[in-house]
Ligand binder design. Structure first.
Ligand code: HMG
Ligand code: MG
Length: 302
């Protein structure tokens, strides 16, 4: 199959990227990060998480973040909503897409959202109904699709089961998440192809953490089977508080470098993203882990 001509990038750094930061990141920094990303051309920015602040304190200021940003009319500002309480807070803050998140592994489901997969699905029913009532786009994330930090291997059938249940709830975009970055290209191609036999491939997204350095290869494998939506985090920020040792999402700069090299259109300004990656890393007092971002920055400083 030939590669897609265009892909949609979902920038997840304001949520997945920052949620794992040990020190609280000022709301003003979160706001500026989102504004910079919107101005760089991302059409979907995962901006907040309306979860329990006891579970993820870093995301406690979701409403203030949403109130603080300068919204662009065609940008989707999305947020994680684990239950109706989170949904109500998200909609009150003005998000235009909500994300329900389940796991393909029972062990991770318990640790991340404190319930079984089946229980999480029944919680999501009320979120899905409310989203339908309010005409809000509903996205679904499936964690541990390529392996679980607690249970190890995860069978494809477990992923497909969650995809089908989410489809029944009205989910229109399915994020196949390699939470701990263990998947390799052959496994990813097989899983993406299997998911695409259940839901249209245009609704399938790849969410790859880069813990084992496989994310770009996994994106390329997914491109080859026709996946056109990818999640990425500027400077490679991130990790999941409930997946010890898992590093950030694949760095957006690196994904753009790959896609630009392949002539695949994204609508995103590479240089603006590189600048944002360097800026946010400086704000957080850490070095960016984006290879492309650091290479460009080093060249610019010589
Ligand atoms: P629980 O303790 O089972 O639920 O948590 P609960 O209903 O008993 O609530 C406990 C307390 O939280 C109560 O407060 C509730 O009011 C409050 P208390 O009475 O103790 O003062 N509460 C809330 N507060 C604010 N917003 C809410 C909310 N809900 C309850 N929405 C719950 C269940 C799901 C709430 C909890 O487990 C939780 O918040 N988990 C979030 C975990 C999380 O955010 N993980 C990281 C994101 S997922 C991820 O990173 C993976 C992803 O990137 C894909 C991938 O890479 O795999 C998406
Ligand atoms: Mg993630």
């Amino acid at each position: 199959m030939s590669l897609p001509e265009r892909v949609k990038l979902v920038e997840v750094s304001p949520r997945d990227g920052l949620q794992n930061e040990a020190d609280f990141v000022d709301t003003a920094i979160k706001v500026e990060l989102i504004n910079r990303l919107a101005n760089a051309g991302f059409s979907n920015i995962e901006s907040a998480s309306f979860v329990s602040p006891k579970w993820v304190p870093q995301m406690a200021d979701g409403n203030a973040v949403m109130q603080g940003i300068s919204r662009l009319p065609n940008t989707i500002y999305s947020a994680l909503t684990p239950n109706l309480r989170g949904y109500d807070d998200a909609i009150a803050s003005g998000v235009n897409e909500v994300v329900i998140f389940a796991a393909a592994s029972e062990a991770f489901s318990q640790r991340n959202i404190n319930c079984s997969i089946a229980e999480s699905m029944s919680r999501f029913e009320s979120v899905a109904k409310a989203a339908q009532r309010d005409g809000l786009r509903l996205r679904g994330s499936i964690s541990c699709a390529l392996g679980c930090p607690y249970q190890g291997q995860v069978p494809e059938s477990a992923v497909l089961d969650v995809v089908k249940r989410m489809q029944d709830l009205g989910v229109v975009e399915f994020d196949i998440a390699d939470t701990i970055g263990v998947g390799t290209a052959g496994q990813v191609a097989s899983l993406m192809s299997a998911v695409a036999r259940v839901v249209p491939i245009a609704q399938v997204a790849g969410h790859f953490h880069d813990t084992y350095g496989q994310a770009l290869a996994n994106i390329y494998a997914s491109l080859q089977v026709g996946v056109t939506i990818y999640h990425a985090s500027v400077a490679g920020l991130g990790g999941c508080p409930y997946a010890k040792g898992a590093t950030g999402n694949v760095a957006t700069e690196d994904v753009l470098y790959l896609l630009n090299g392949l002539g695949i259109h994204t609508g995103v300004d590479f240089n603006a993203v590189v600048e944002t990656g360097q800026w946010v890393s400086q704000q957080l007092g850490k070095k960016s882990v984006s290879r492309a971002g650091n290479a460009i920055a080093a060249k610019a400083s010589t």
